[in-house]
Ligand binder design. Sequence first.
Ligand code: IPM
Ligand code: MG
Length: 362
Amino acid sequence: MSKHILILPGDGIGPEIVDEAVKVLSAVQQKYSLDITTDSALVGGAAYDAEGDPLPESTLEKARAADAILFGSIGGPKWDAIARDKRPERGLLRLRSSLNLFANLRPAILFPQLADASSLKPEVVSGLDILIVRELTGGIYFGQPRGIREENGERVGFNTDVYSESEIRRIGKVAFELARVRGKRLCSIDKANVLEVTELWKEVISDMAKDYSDVEVSHMYVDNAAMQLVRAPKQFDVLVTGNLFGDILSDEAAMLTGSIGMLPSASLDEHRKGLYEPCHGSAPDIAGQGIANPLATIMSLAMLMRYSLDRGDVAGAIEKAVEQVLEQGLRTADIYTEGCEKVGTAAMGDAVVAAITSAAHA
Ligand code: IPM
Ligand code: MG
């Protein structure tokens, strides 16, 4: 059956890195005779510039109709001063929420070839393979009331951190099931010593643990988790947490792998429809220079193959090709270390395509 992928390049380095992932998509489409159709649309600042809305109705319609979405990145200083609800980030947040993409999977895997690119000692990170499961459509990102109001002659900003039991169970189930097919360890991150919303989070996850006796469950306060991630990250297998803690911890985990330019992500709904995007932002400082690392986006495409298209074999082939180009010594600037060959965005993408094309069928 034909599958439909919507491509949303976005802003900043988004279009450059997505171009490389699209090259890889064409390569696997040909090699594996995949029946895939694609379309593209505007999102973020690019959509605001063209249509006055970071998520135009036409883009949302296309997103609803797709089986999966490949997303670049959004935002930039150009749009910092516009009305809050028109900012590029709001487009992405509305997309996540409108499509019910509540389960955000952010794997942090260290390729052995990049052990020296990490800011941590190689022995601390070598062999690292952790998965952060971040709740993506609730918590303080979406809680009401929110805003900035006048109070006693000054401005007061406020947000609401809120999770219902069903929301916690829904993301908990995803995390437990993923832990089950990985290292069978799940660490739930909270701040239950201070915040009631995470006290409930901890209680619900503890209760669910009874149904997953094969998974070893632990709980950790978020401040300690932030420390443990840089002290001894390999103690973790799967981490599950709310929207805000997950945002922060996943950036931290990214750095363990050498560069945030290496971290892919999947945001899934209950039926495995997904939006796939690199964890990094739009990097306006290097946009248009052809030096951005396309590997996180290419590996996001691999996740798309695995989760939304049920093609774990194709996903594996893409990941293997990435490992191969790293093995060849090719590096974009963000992961460059001495003795390697520094390449730009397009050359990196081309090398991955060449590795896929020349590999034996998976
Ligand atoms: C991420 C990003 C987004 C988030 C921004 C761009 C809204 O930081 O995907 O981690 O905070 O979720
Ligand atoms: Mg983030």
